[in-house]
Design a protein around this ligand. Structure first.
Ligand code: ZN
Length: 419
């Protein structure tokens, strides 16, 4: 391929992606506003009008913000690539460090720092203006800053050794480097499944064993019924950052644990909590989690093989505004270009991942209905949608591209139909 053809393809896909995303966003806003006036009939008794309108306004505000970030990110992407930003950065760092690993690491670090700085005002605005306006922000500025510092430190401690190993493989392991890198990457992912819940998450939140005796025995009873062994039930102080509620699972094998946000426990009754947990256990028992991990490993093998090919093609670099320098090592540049270009070429495929994840959600809902009570899950979902101000009337196409979960009305329809 010539580098000009690749540049044209890149710009073409970028423009198409931007047009599609703006079109989806504006459809979504129009659809939500058109349904703002009245609560959908099937929720009329369960959700008050003011909550429905708050959800509409919150959704519109978030969608507008996402369109602004989209434009800024596209401008930054073009600045990094076709306008020569990465090339300039690489040369400037090269003059400081000389050739070799230090130059590679410096390029990745500088890229990460610049990207982080670009995101910072948007993160700040989202938390302290948008979330605050709707009463969801519980975070102080001090916590925001300490989170940022901790995230950076964790990123360095965990990411630096990994990236060093991968860059070394790219440089020295020959033409099959991508396969060895895949083994390292997969091992790293598995390690993180164990380290994240036990070491990293506790740096950010407090996890205390679930105290409530009657809730405990209710949950243990459920776990016994469906045949699930867990290392523990924990409550997380999610309320120190946000009023949004959630429950999740983490870890695997013997390290599995169930985590409830304190905000969720405060809001739902015991039967509703049981139903929500049954849904999560459904994901586990129906092997959704294992399947997701297997797909992730398969996809990353394919992508690394693709990167293995692209790394040696001059057009991949010059087409994105960078000097290939194929005779010296330019591996960090190949990584950065790949990370930047990939989403441009894959966005249009995103409904495919949504389809699978929706299928899994329906299956987990059915599992919960079978082992607990569909009615309890419905009332829990209604409360969660209301508390999170999730819109009940998303634009169907926007939803197909962006939502991992089916719209509330469809989920509830299925649940009540499956009784
Ligand atoms: Zn689910």
């Amino acid at each position: 391929m010539s580098s000009l053809v690749f540049s044209v393809l890149f710009v073409g896909f970028l423009v198409v992606t931007l047009i599609v995303r703006f079109w989806l966003g504006s459809r979504h806003i129009r659809h939500v506003l058109a349904h703002r006036g009245a609560v959908p009939a099937e929720f009329a008794e369960k959700i008050p009008l003011y909550a429905h309108q708050k959800a509409a306004d919150y959704t519109v505000a978030r969608t507008k913000l996402s369109l602004v970030t989209l434009l800024v990110n596209a401008a930054v992407l073009v600045g990094f690539t076709l306008l020569g930003g990465l090339q300039w950065l690489s040369v400037a760092l090269f003059n400081l460090t000389g050739p070799g690993m230090l130059h590679q690491l410096a390029l990745l670090a500088a890229f990460a720092a610049i990207s982080g700085l670009v995101d910072l005002p948007f993160d700040y605005y989202r938390q302290f203006v948008l979330e605050a306006r709707f009463g969801f922000n519980k975070m102080t500025l001090g916590l925001f800053i300490s989170d940022m510092v901790k995230n950076t430190l964790v990123g360095i401690i965990v990411g630096l050794p990994l990236i060093w190993v991968i860059l070394s493989l790219m440089d020295k392991a020959g033409s099959l480097w991508w396969f060895y890198a895949w083994l390292v990457w997969s091992g790293f992912q598995l390690l993180m499944l164990v380290l994240y819940p036990t070491v990293i998450a506790p740096l950010f939140n407090k996890f205390t064993p679930l105290q409530d005796e009657s809730l405990r025995s209710r949950i243990e009873n459920l776990m016994q019924r469906v045949g699930f062994a867990s290392k523990g039930l924990f409550v997380m102080d999610g309320s120190k950052r946000s009023a949004h509620g959630n429950a999740y699972f983490s870890g695997f094998g013997a390290a599995k644990r169930i985590v409830f946000f304190d905000t969720l426990l405060a809001r739902l009754g015991p039967q509703e909590i049981e139903a929500v947990l049954a849904h999560e256990l459904g994901h586990f028992k129906l092997k959704h989690i294992i399947k997701r991990i297997a797909v992730m490993f398969g996809v990353s093998l394919g992508l690394l093989a693709l990167l293995g090919y692209l790394k040696t093609q001059a057009w991949f670099y010059t087409g994105l505004g960078v000097d290939p320098m194929l005779l010296t090592s330019n591996d960090a540049m190949a990584l950065v270009l790949f990370m930047l270009a990939l989403p441009v070429f894959t966005f249009l495929l995103s409904p495919l991942t949504s389809i699978t994840s929706r299928k899994h959600e329906f299956e987990a809902d059915a599992f919960a209905a079978k082992h607990t009570n569909a009615q309890d899950l419905v009332s829990a979902l209604v409360k969660l949608y209301e508390d999170n101000a999730s819109t009940l009337t998303p634009d169907p196409l926007h939803s197909a591209f962006y939502d991992s979960h089916p719209p509330a009305s469809i989920r509830i329809h299925h649940l009540l139909g499956s009784r």
